[in-house]
Design a protein around this ligand. Structure first.
Ligand code: NAI
Ligand code: MG
Length: 336
């Protein structure tokens, strides 16, 4: 039976990379029936609906989504629909693998990196609770709860244990935010106690940022509150070739939405320059989630072979190919 999956193409480069993913997934031979729904800055502006009901209803029905980025206006305008969707569907774990790819040359070529970021996905400074106390004085509320911190810690440790990882590092600023980040750390420590075979350590976020650049090979599984997770996952993407290759999944107990780390990339949208690797690697995670394990491995290897051969790559990773040409190259490897 075909898998029913919600497809949100998004906006900016979203439709270009989503179309690439649809074509590549078709070439894997896995039967997928797409439920296409529109979520884009244009639609939100036109309707005033921050999170259209049909989008939520579709994912509630299919339980699985593949999603392109959606633009969020800066410094005003509507609230992030990406954040709204994660909260609405309780997609509490944002899982972002950071893995080097042979053939993709970076400044960090001398180390093979393989870490996984577990970013809390529902609270922290993304609460959207901002308030003008008096003119020119704003408070922005950081919410940290035991429930959300424990869930993300448990997700990280469970993953680490199942995948035979060695270390989980919690990242925080509990020296300054003693109560909020202090609670996050307490929750991580409590879960760590259930996994004595895993090494658990803690790093303050500024030091962690430096160490990610100077000694990235020490990291294995990282667990972070929402904001630090957002920032450090772009930083970590930079270690392995940039946002064009960084995959992700938003996981809850009931639903899963697979999407890249990157945004709508307005600077290159509509020019055929977008690298669909990030969404294709997110699709590999989706195939694993659907228990289409053989297809997941075949797709992962097909992408790796295109990079190993080094032609058919998009400009962000040093090539001259278009989104379409890269997509063709992956499909050739899948079928070849
Ligand atoms: P961005 O991730 O869209 O772009 C950052 C840089 O990376 C740009 O130079 C872009 O061209 C490049 N880039 C990103 N993805 C690429 C790809 N697949 N191939 C080649 N190059 C790629 O971040 P930016 O510019 O800060 O944000 C743009 C918009 O995206 C904002 O409105 C932001 O709110 C939104 N956004 C949406 C997300 C989502 O839907 N989950 C996540 C992050 C940002
Ligand atoms: Mg981000």
């Amino acid at each position: 039976m075909a898998h029913r999956i919600t497809l949100i193409a998004g906006d900016g480069i979203g439709p270009e990379v989503a179309e690439a993913a649809v074509r590549v997934l078709e070439a894997t031979g896995v039967a997928i029936e797409w439920d296409r729904v529109e979520l884009s800055a244009d639609r939100i502006r036109a309707t005033g609906e921050s999170l259209p009901a049909d989008v939520v209803a579709s994912i509630e029905r299919t339980k699985v989504g593949l999603k392109g980025p959606v633009t969020t206006p800066v410094g005003g305008g509507f609230q992030s629909v990406n954040v709204a969707l994660r909260k609405k569907l309780d997609l509490y774990a944002n899982v972002r693998p950071v893995k080097s790819m042979p053939g993709l040359h970076t400044r960090f070529d001398d180390v093979a990196l393989d870490m996984v970021i577990f970013r809390e996905n529902t609270e922290d400074l993304y609460s959207g609770l901002e308030h003008e106390v008096v003119p020119d004085v704003i408070t922005s509320i950081k919410v940290i709860t035991r429930t959300a911190s424990t869930r993300i810690a448990r997700a990280a440790f469970r993953y680490a244990s199942r995948h035979l990882r060695k270390r989980v590092t919690a990242i925080h600023k509990a020296n300054i935010m003693k109560l909020a980040d202090g609670l996050f750390l307490r929750c991580c420590r409590e879960i760590a106690a259930d996994y004595p075979h895993l090494i658990y350590n803690e790093l303050i976020v500024d030091n962690a940022s430096m160490q990610l650049v100077t000694r990235p090979e020490q990291f294995d599984i990282l667990v972070l509150p929402n904001l630090y997770g957002d920032i450090l996952s772009d930083l970590a993407a930079g270690l392995v070739g940039g946002l064009g290759v960084a995959a992700g999944a938003n996981l809850g107990d009931q639903h899963a939405v697979f999407e890249s780390v990157h945004g709508s990339a307005p600077d290159i949208a509509g020019q055929g320059k977008a690298n669909p690797t990030a969404l294709l690697r997110s699709s590999v995670m989706m195939l694993d989630h659907l228990k289409e394990t053989a297809a997941a491995r075949r797709l992962d290897e097909a992408i790796a072979r295109v990079y190993a051969k080094g032609d058919g790559l998009t400009p962000d990773v040093g090539g001259t190919a278009t989104t379409g040409q890269f997509t063709e190259a992956v499909i050739r490897e899948l079928k070849g």
